[in-house]
Design a binder for this molecule. Structure first.
Ligand code: ADP
Ligand code: MG
Length: 344
């Protein structure tokens, strides 16, 4: 058995006729092979030519090209805001990842694909057709919060309400799940990317300092909300917008909290809306059992504590939140019959 998430997809040998499960995330794509577990865990990035839109690389290879592109090569994230921003490139990315897996062309695989719950029927069809073009025999779609709940190990068939908050790159998806279905949901296009942007804007506006996305993400991961955790200042390297010269600043964590505050409030607001729409009986369950945070954004330091204060509910962070969805999608693949009612 491959250790979850550790093995890269490059350079591994033929996998014959295996059914696969795909977590098509806005930031990361993960693939589970039936009977084996996670075999792909790579960024949802495509490198393509500008003039002919030809896909040159996907995933890790495409990420390595980021920032090193030239006049006719660029990188895109086709699912950026939780919608398919670029259908052609989304298709290119799906084909690219599946091609990396060397699936047998003869025994056509079944595919379970997890999609953001906010995507439109047109987008759903695009994903389905893309998988069919990649030689799928049968395609099943499953919604992200449902997959996350299964991956976390909840028994969602029970008449008990569970609230899942999945904070990804482009979206935050919130769902109250009971009896194998979504009872109340809310999806917003605010997630980790928006937090990176908020940090960039903060430095731009408050310090006249230009910083890149990668730097903003690093600051976010290092400092988090600057709440509850040990408060340490952070070194930030950027380019002074007035002089044009690179400079380093030392920033107290309170500033990062201020920079992120708006995005955190948007997520909290969406959770409150989902709670308002939850029937009273299930609300009582959530009061007992609490909220489960998953997705990469669940790792934001101190966010669980802010949530506890804001909602007065117990808040749990999933173990390995970046893997919940692919695990859940994989579990569905391993037992399609059992989960028939939650796929479409
Ligand atoms: P998606 O499902 O949309 O592909 P993921 O669940 O893979 O998204 O989460 C990716 C997001 O999680 C990115 O915005 C990334 O910056 C963020 N992230 C990853 N680790 C951390 C961390 N330790 N603290 C805060 N954010 C994190
Ligand atoms: Mg996800």
């Amino acid at each position: 058995m491959i250790k979850d998430g550790q093995r890269k997809s490059r350079g591994f040998s033929q996998i014959f006729s295996k059914d696969i499960a795909i977590d098509l995330g806005t930031a990361n794509t993960l693939i589970w092979v039936k009977g084996r577990g996670i075999v792909v865990n790579e960024p949802s990035i495509v490198a393509k030519t500008i003039d002919t839109n030809k896909v040159i690389a996907v995933g890790n290879e495409a990420k390595e090209m980021l920032g090193k592109t030239h006049h006719n090569l660029t990188t895109v994230r086709p699912l950026r805001d939780g919608v398919i921003a670029d259908f052609e490139m989304a298709d290119g990315m799906i084909q690219g990842f599946i091609r990396k897996m060397n699936l047998s062309r003869i025994a056509r695989p079944r595919m379970v694909i997890c999609i953001p719950s906010g995507i439109t029927p047109v987008e759903q069809r695009a994903v389905r057709e893309s998988a069919e073009r990649a030689n799928a025999r049968e395609v099943f779609l499953i919604e992200e919060p449902v997959a996350a709940a299964i991956g976390i190990g909840l028994d969602i068939s029970q008449p008990v309400g569970n609230m899942i908050v999945d904070i990804g790159g482009g979206t935050t998806e919130i769902a109250v799940i009971a009896l194998n279905g979504i009872v109340a949901k809310e999806a917003i296009r605010v997630g980790g990317d928006e937090q990176d942007r908020a940090i960039m804007n903060w430095f731009h506006d408050e310090h006249k300092l230009d910083i890149g996305y990668a730097t903003a993400e690093r600051i976010k991961i290092e400092v988090g909300t600057g709440y509850g955790s040990k408060l340490v200042s952070v070194n930030v390297k950027g380019r002074d917008m007035v002089s044009g010269i690179p400079k380093t600043m030392v920033i107290p964590p309170e500033e990062i909290r201020k920079a992120l505050w708006e995005t955190l409030q948007q997520i909290i607001g969406a959770m409150k809306r989902a709670l308002e729409r939850t029937p009273a009986e299930l609300s009582a369950d959530i009061l007992d059992r609490g909220i489960i945070l998953t997705g990469g954004g669940a790792l934001l330091k101190g966010f669980d504590e802010i949530l506890r204060e804001e909602t007065n509910l117990p808040v749990h962070v999933a173990e390995e939140p970046l893997l919940s969805v692919v695990r859940g999608t994989g579990m569905v693949l391993e037992d399609l019959k059992h989960y028939a009612s939650i796929m479409f």
